[in-house]
Design a protein around this ligand. Structure first.
Ligand code: ADP
Length: 267
């Protein structure tokens, strides 16, 4: 890869917390992300909306290194995620380097993906103990605090099967936060929930906006929530950002016809 095209690290006063630098993702002949450029500032909440199949989830999965990048570089807190410097050039990084950078990122999925054989508390202590090397006592202290924050202090010893969908999703959020990530990714976290429990999950995300020093990137179909909580909304179409801006601009006064069409269909 040519070093002049992609910096080895992002320098300057205020480097973005996340940068997609001309990132392309293909599955065979299908281009899912087309030279995507997207910056997310530290502590910013950016929401991605758009039609099904436009590449929204792929953006988050690439950041979690769950998908291979075909072209381009993703930076997290200034460091390239899947590349490293060798003799002044950027080359593909080995897995242990990428794993290190990825510790800054936490993700919450549509399907909560909790460990079924572990209690809520154990779900939240497993990775801090195994990956960060915390003592059991410290990990439990951290987990209890987070389970309290998501309103589940009375459920810490329950197994996922005994919890409602909304409760499981709140455990999943606490579990991701227990790793103290700088960036949180939310992938349609309310889509699998019954309507009456959606509010308890969105309420936790609202709390995070106020309480934590977190950069957040969220994919959602809940336009009302996107409008209320986002600093910026990006409208995706066919693997590209067609339009982005403050929620008021995007929802009240979209400039692109495709954005207006999408919004009139879903609102
Ligand atoms: P969205 O989240 O906007 O609905 P996705 O990011 O899930 O879109 O998917 C974007 C496109 O990539 C879709 O056309 C989807 O079918 C395709 N896609 C996603 N994952 C795979 C895969 N593992 N293999 C082939 N195509 C895929």
């Amino acid at each position: 890869m040519n070093n002049q095209d992609f910096p080895l690290t992002l320098q300057g006063e205020n480097p973005p917390m996340v940068r997609f630098d001309k990132v392309t993702k293909r599955y065979g002949d299908l281009t899912v992300l087309d030279s995507l450029e997207l910056d997310v500032r530290a502590n910013e909440m950016v929401t991605i909306v758009g039609p099904s199949g436009s590449g929204k989830t792929t953006v988050l999965r690439m950041l979690m290194t769950l998908e291979h990048i075909n072209e381009g570089v993703i930076y997290v807190d200034g460091r390239p995620l899947t590349h490293m410097e060798k003799d002044g050039q950027l080359v593909r990084a080995n897995k242990s380097y990428t794993r290190e950078v990825r510790k800054d990122i936490g993700m919450v999925f549509q399907q909560f993906n909790l460990f079924p054989h572990m209690t809520a508390l154990e779900n939240c202590t497993e990775a801090p103990i195994q990956v960060l090397g915390l003592s059991k006592k410290d990990a439990e202290e951290r987990a209890v605090e987070l389970l309290e924050m998501v309103g589940l202090d009375d459920k810490i010893d329950q197994y996922p099967a005994r919890l409602s969908g909304g409760q499981q999703q709140r455990v999943a959020i606490a579990r991701a936060l227990a790793m103290r990530p700088k960036v949180m990714l939310f992938d349609e976290v309310t889509s699998a929930l019954d309507p009456e429990v959606i509010g308890e999950v969105t309420q936790v995300i609202r709390k995070l906006r106020v309480k934590h020093d977190l950069t957040m990137l969220m994919v959602t179909h809940q336009m009302g929530f996107a409008r209320e909580i986002s600093d910026r909304v990006c409208f995706f179409y066919n693997g590209s950002i067609v339009e982005q801006g403050a929620p008021e601009e995007i929802f009240s006064n979209p400039k692109e016809e495709r954005t207006a069409e999408f919004l009139s269909a879903v609102l």
